[in-house]
Design a protein around this ligand. Sequence first.
Ligand code: G3P
Length: 220
Amino acid sequence: MRLFLDTASIEEIREINRWGVLSGVTTNPSLVAKEGRSAEQVWKEILAEVDGDVSLETTELEAEAMYRQGKELAQLGANAVIKVPMTPAGLQAGKRLTEEGVRVNVTLVFSPAQAILAAEIGAYIVSPFLGRIDDAASDGMEVLRRICEIYDVQGYETQVLAASLRHPMHVVEAALAGADIATMPYDVFTKLVKHPLTDIGLDRFLTDWEALRRKLEEGA
Ligand code: G3P
C-alpha cells in the first residue's frame, strides 16, 4: 500500500519526504486555502518536491468548465493527478480527461455504488472518505472493504485510495482491506512511527552502551 500525505503544506511534505516512505500527496481546496497564497504556486512547489502522484482538485461545477480546468491543472506537472467530484458533471469531465490520457482521481466518494461509477469511467484513483463516513455514524472501513472486494471481483484497475483517515488504526485496517493507497494528515503520519516501547528500548540500549564506555575508560 502506497502512503500519501493529505496536505498542502510544503514544510510537512519535505519533512515526511526525508523518511523515504512518501509515495504521493493529495490536496483539496480546503487544504490549499489554509496556505493563504496562490494555489498555482503551492501546487507547483509540491509537484516539484514529490517523486510521485500529486492530486490537484478542480473547483468548477459544470462539466465543460471542469474538463477545461482539469486540462490546465494537468499541465502543471507530469505527476499531477486531477481530482473531480463524484457528481454527474464530475463523471462527465473525468471520463473526457481519462480518454485524453489525464489521470483522474474521483473524490468525495462515500458508497460502493459511487465507487463502481468511478471505475466505469476508467478513473486512475477512487477516493472513499472513511473518517467522514464514521462522522455520519456509519462504518467507513466496511465501505472500503466492500469497494476493494467489488474491484477485485470485477477486475477493475482503478486504484482504491483510503482518504479522510484519522488515526494509525485506520491506516492498518485500510492495508488489511487491500487499499492501494492510504492518504493521511501529517499528525497521523507521524503517529505511525511512534511506539513507547521503541523509546524505552532505545533509552535502555544507549544507557548500557554509555555504561560500557565509562567502564572501559576507567579501566584504561
Ligand atoms: O483530502 C480528502 C480527505 O482526505 C479529507 O479528509 O479529514 O477533511 O475528512 P478530512
